[in-house]
Design a protein around this ligand. Structure first.
Ligand code: SDX
Length: 433
C-alpha cells in the first residue's frame, strides 16, 4: 500500500465550519481508500457502515475482486487461468506465499501437506459426542475448535515457522475431519488418509471408501473436486474471512479462529447458500413453477430469496459461477447423469437474468448457484456442501490470518457504534417499577 497520501478529501462540519483533511491511500489497483484512522480523535465522530458496504477493513496482497467486471485474481493470476492450468495444492502455495511454486517448492509443499493429513487419534472420540444426525457443519465447528486443545501449546503465533506449520496443519487436516464427519453421520467406519493419492483423490477416498472393497478414484471426480476446491479457496474480505481476521486480531490461536470462520460460513446468506440452492430447486420442482418463485423473490413481504443469486461485490457474473456452470455440464456428461435440476437451474437463471428486478439490482448467479448440482452428481449429500466449502476456504482463511498477524501495525479489531439506547437514568427498586 502506498503510505504517501496521493490526494486528500476535506470533511467540513457545516455547523462549526471546521474542516478536516483526510488522506487518500492508493493500492496497486482497485478503489482508493480514505484513511479515517485519525477522524475520531480529530472530529469526535465515527463513520457509520453496518454490513461494511463501503469499508476497507484492512490492506491485503492475497486476492483482488473487481465486482463490476467480474474479475477475481489470486496473487494477480486470473481465476480462469488458475482453474485451467493449476491445481489446488499450487493455489494453496500461491495464497500462502504470494507466488506460484517452482517444481521443487511444490513437491516439498505437497509432501508436507500429505504427511500432516492424520489427526490425533484421540480426536475420533470427539465425533462420538455428537448425535449421528448432527449437521456435519456442527461437527466441523466443534472438532476444528478442539484442535486448539491438541495444538494450542505448540502454536506460538509470534514465530513465523510455527505460523506456517499451523497453516499447513489446518490445510492438511480439514479434509480428514470433514470426511470423518460424513462417515460418522453414515455410521460407517472412519477411513484413514492415503499418502499415495493427491489431495483431492485422498479426500474422495476418505469420503466414499469402505473397508470391504478397494476404492478406485474416478479421475473425472478427482478433477472436478480439485476445481471446486480452487474456486472456493479465497475471496477477499468476505464475512467468514473477516470473522477469522477479527478472531485472530485478539491473538487467539489459529485453530480457534478457523472454527469461528466455519461458524460464520454456515449461514445461508454466505457459504450455506449452496445447500439452500438445492433445497430451493427441490421446492420449485419443475420449470412450470419458476415464475411463481421469481415472483416470490421479488415480493418484499415474502422472505424467500433466490438462493445462489446476488452478491455484495459482484454486480456482474461471478466468474466462479461461469466456471462451475461449464464444469456442471462436463461432469454430468462424463458421469452420464441426466440431472433435471441442472436443466431447472439453467431455466431459472435465464428467466431471472431477463427479469427487470434482477437486472436493475445486478443480481447474477454466484459461486453457490451451480456448485451444489455438481456436488450432488458426485455423490455428496446436501448437508456436506458447506463442509466442502469450508475445506477449500481454509487455505484462504489461514492465509489471511497469517497476513494479518504478520502486519507489523495490526491491532485488535474493535469497532464502535451509533448508540440509540437509554441515556443515563437512576435505578428503580422492583416494587416501584
Ligand atoms: C457467498 O462475500 C463473499 O465473497 C461471499 C462468497 C465467498 O466466496 O466468500 O462469494 C460466497 O457467500 C456468495 C453469496 C451466497 N448467498 C446467496 O446466494 C444468498 C442469496 N443472496 C443474498 O441473500 C444476497 O444477494 C447477498 C447476501 C449475497 C448479498 O446481499 P447484500 O449485498 O447485502 O445485498 P442486499 O441484501 O442489500 O440486496 C440488494 C437488493 C435488495 O433489494 P432492494 O432492497 O434494493 O429492493 O437486491 C435484493 C434485495 O432484496 N436481493 C435479492 C437477492 N439478493 C439480493 N432478491 C431476491 N433474491 C436474491 N437472491
Amino acid at each position: 500500500m502506498s503510505d504517501k497520501p496521493s490526494k486528500t478529501y476535506t470533511l467540513t462540519n457545516n455547523e462549526t465550519g471546521e474542516t478536516y483533511e483526510l488522506p487518500v491511500l492508493s493500492g496497486t489497483t482497485g478503489p482508493d481508500v480514505i484513511d479515517i484512522r485519525k477522524l475520531y480523535a480529530q472530529a469526535d465522530v465515527f463513520t457509520y457502515d453496518p454490513g461494511f458496504t463501503s469499508t476497507a477493513s484492512c490492506d491485503s496482497e492475497i486476492t483482488y475482486i473487481d465486482g463490476d467486471k467480474g474479475v477475481l485474481l489470486h496473487g494477480g493470476y486470473p481465476i480462469e487461468q488458475l482453474a485451467e492450468n493449476s491445481d489446488f495444492m499450487e493455489v494453496c502455495y500461491l495464497l500462502l506465499n504470494g507466488e506460484l511454486p517452482t517444481k521443487d517448492q511444490k513437491d516439498e509443499f505437497v509432501d508436507i501437506i500429505t504427511h500432516h493429513t492424520m489427526i490425533h487419534d484421540q480426536m475420533q472420540f470427539l465425533f462420538r459426542g455428537f448425535r449421528r444426525d448432527a449437521h456435519p457443519m456442527a461437527i466441523m465447528v466443534g472438532v476444528v475448535g478442539a484442535l486448539s486443545a491438541f495444538y494450542h501449546d505448540q502454536t506460538d503465533i509470534s514465530d513465523p515457522e510455527r505460523r506456517m506449520i499451523a497453516a499447513r496443519q489446518m490445510i492438511a487436516k480439514m479434509p480428514t475431519i470433514a470426511a470423518w464427519a460424513y462417515k460418522y453421520s453414515k455410521g460407517q467406519p472412519f477411513v484413514y488418509p492415503k499418502n499415495d493419492l493427491s489431495f483431492s483423490a485422498n479426500f474422495l477416498q476418505m469420503m466414499f471408501a469402505v473397508p470391504c472393497e478397494e476404492y478406485v478414484v474416478n479421475p473425472v471426480l478427482e478433477k472436478a473436486m480439485d476445481l471446486i476446491f480452487i474456486l472456493h479457496a479465497d475471496h477477499e474480505q468476505n464475512a467468514s474471512t473477516s470473522t477469522v481476521r477479527i478472531s485472530g486480531s485478539s491473538g487467539a490461536n489459529p485453530f480457534a479462529c478457523i472454527s469461528a470462520g466455519i461458524a460464520c460460513l454456515w449461514g445461508p446468506a454466505h457459504g450455506g447458500a449452496n445447500e439452500a440452492v438445492l433445497k430451493m430447486l427441490d421446492e420449485i420442482g419443475d420449470v412450470s413453477r419458476v415464475d411463481e418463485f421469481i415472483a416470490r423473490a421479488k415480493d418484499k413481504d415474502d422472505p424467500f430469496r433466490l438462493m445462489g443469486f446476488g452478491h455484495r461485490v459482484y454486480k456482474n457474473f461471478d466468474p466462479r459461477a461461469k466456471l462451475l456452470a461449464k464444469a456442471a455440464h462436463e461432469v454430468l456428461a462424463d458421469l452420464g447423469v441426466n440431472n433435471p435440476q441442472l436443466e431447472l437451474a439453467m431455466a431459472l437463471e435465464k428467466i431471472a437474468l431477463e427479469d427487470e428486478y434482477f437486472v436493475a439490482r445486478k443480481l447474477y448467479p454466484n459461486v453457490d448457484f451451480y456448485s451444489g448440482i455438481i456436488l450432488k452428481a458426485m455423490g455428496f449429500p446436501t448437508s456436506m456442501f458447506t463442509v466442502l466449502f469450508a475445506v477449500a476456504r481454509t487455505v484462504g482463511w489461514i492465509s489471511q490470518w497469517k497476513e494479518m498477524i504478520e502486519d507489523p501495525v495490526h491491532k485488535i479489531s474493535r469497532p464502535r457504534q451509533l448508540y440509540l439506547g437509554s441515556t443515563p437514568r437512576d435505578f428503580v427498586e422492583i416494587d416501584k417499577r
